[in-house]
Design a protein around this ligand. Structure first.
Ligand code: CP
Ligand code: NVA
Length: 306
C-alpha cells in the first residue's frame, strides 16, 4: 500500500479527518483519566526537521512520541547535512531507512512535496509558507470539544491570507463549514485555493461586517516567519484589522476566539483579548498534543477505533 503523507488537509478524506478529531478527543480523555499508559509506539522514532523556529510544534510532537513510548529526533539544518546542500530527496531516502515517520517545518511547500515523493515513511507538514494543517487539527478539535459538530457553522478569519488562512480554507472544505475571510486589499489568500473551496468561503474587507453572528473568530500574526522585513509596512496595511473584545461582541453570544500563537498583543489582537473567556487559545495549544497523537497513530498504525 502506498505511504500516506499529511502535507495538507486534503491528503485525508473528510471521514478520516472526522475520525482523527474524535480520536484526538478520546486520546486526551484517556490521558487525563489513566495518565500516559497508552504506549503503541514502543521503539518507534519520529524525525523532526525544523528549518524555522517553533515552540508548540516541537514540544507537542516530541511529547506525543515520548508519551506513546517512542522517541523523537530534533534535526536542524544548522547541524545536519541538509544545511550543507545534501539534496532533500537523498535525505528522505536515508531517513526512511532508519525512522518510522518524518515531520518537517520548512519554507517551500514544493520542497516538502519533493521530500515526501522520495520518502517511504509518512511525512507530516509541520508548517510551510503555504499551509499549517496540524494546527487545524487542533483548532477543529477545540471547536468540536466546546461546541459539538462544526458542520454548517460559520468561522471568520481576520488578517493575512497566509499559510494558516489557506489551511482554514481547506478545513472549511473538508469539515463542511462556512468561512468568511476578511483581509486588507492585497493580502488575499491564493486564488486557486480559494476557488477550490467554492461557495463555502467568502472574501470580505470589513472586519466589523465580517464577524456579525460568527460562531468562531480567528486571526494570526501580520508578518509570518520569513516576512520580518515587511513588519512595518504590514502594521500600516493591517490597521483596522485588530481583533478586540468589542469586535467579538458583534459575533454570536457563544463565539469562541482561536489564535495559533505566538500572538502579538497590540497588533493583530488587543492587549487583553487573551484574558477574555471567549479566547480559548491555551486549550487550543494543548490540543496540538492530542490531535497530533491521533495523526501519528493513524499514519503509523492505521485507523484505531476508540
Ligand atoms: N502554532 C504553532 O505552530 O506554534 P509554534 O511556531 O510555536 O510551533
Ligand atoms: N503564519 C505564522 C504561523 C506561525 C505558527 C507563520 O508562518 O509564522
Amino acid at each position: 500500500m502506498a505511504t500516506r503523507h499529511f502535507l495538507t488537509l486534503l491528503d485525508l478524506s473528510p471521514d478520516e479527518l472526522r475520525h482523527l478529531i474524535q480520536r484526538g478527543i478520546a486520546i486526551k480523555n484517556g490521558l487525563k483519566t489513566h495518565g500516559p499508559t497508552y504506549t503503541p509506539f514502543a521503539n518507534r522514532t519520529l524525525a523532526m526537521i525544523f528549518e524555522k523556529s517553533s515552540t508548540r510544534t516541537r514540544v507537542s510532537f516530541e511529547t506525543a512520541m515520548a508519551q506513546f513510548g517512542g522517541h523523537a529526533l530534533f534535526l536542524s539544518p544548522r547541524d545536519t547535512q541538509l544545511g550543507r546542500g545534501e539534496p532533500i530527496a537523498d535525505t528522505a531516502r536515508v531517513l526512511a531507512e532508519m525512522v518510522d515517520a518524518v515531520m518537517i517545518r520548512t519554507f517551500s511547500h514544493q520542497g516538502l512535496e519533493t521530500y515526501a515523493a522520495a520518502s517511504e515513511v509518512p511525512v507530516i507538514n509541520a508548517l510551510t509558507d503555504d499551509y499549517h494543517p496540524c494546527q487545524l487539527l487542533a483548532d477543529v478539535m477545540t471547536w468540536t470539544e466546546l461546541r459539538g459538530s462544526v458542520r454548517g457553522r460559520t468561522a471568520v478569519w481576520i488578517g493575512d491570507g497566509n499559510n494558516m488562512c489557506h489551511s482554514w480554507i481547506n478545513a472549511a472544505r473538508q469539515f463542511d463549514f462556512q468561512l468568511r475571510i476578511c483581509c486588507p486589499e492585497g493580502y488575499e489568500p491564493r486564488q486557486d485555493i480559494l476557488d477550490a473551496a467554492g461557495d463555502r468561503v467568502t472574501l470580505l474587507h470589513d472586519p466589523q461586517q465580517a464577524v456579525v453572528d460568527a460562531d468562531l473568530v480567528t486571526t494570526d500574526v501580520w508578518a509570518s516567519m520569513g516576512q520580518e522585513e515587511e513588519q512595518a509596512r504590514r502594521e500600516a496595511d493591517f490597521a483596522g484589522f485588530q481583533v478586540s473584545e468589542a469586535l467579538l461582541d458583534r459575533a454570536a453570544d457563544d463565539v469562541i476566539f482561536l489564535h495559533c500563537l505566538p500572538a502579538h498583543r497590540g497588533e493583530e489582537i488587543s492587549e487583553t483579548l487573551l484574558d477574555d473567556p471567549r479566547a480559548v487559545v491555551w486549550q487550543e495549544a494543548g490540543n496540538r498534543l492530542h490531535a497530533q497523537k491521533a495523526l501519528l497513530e493513524f499514519l503509523l498504525l492505521g485507523r484505531v477505533d476508540s
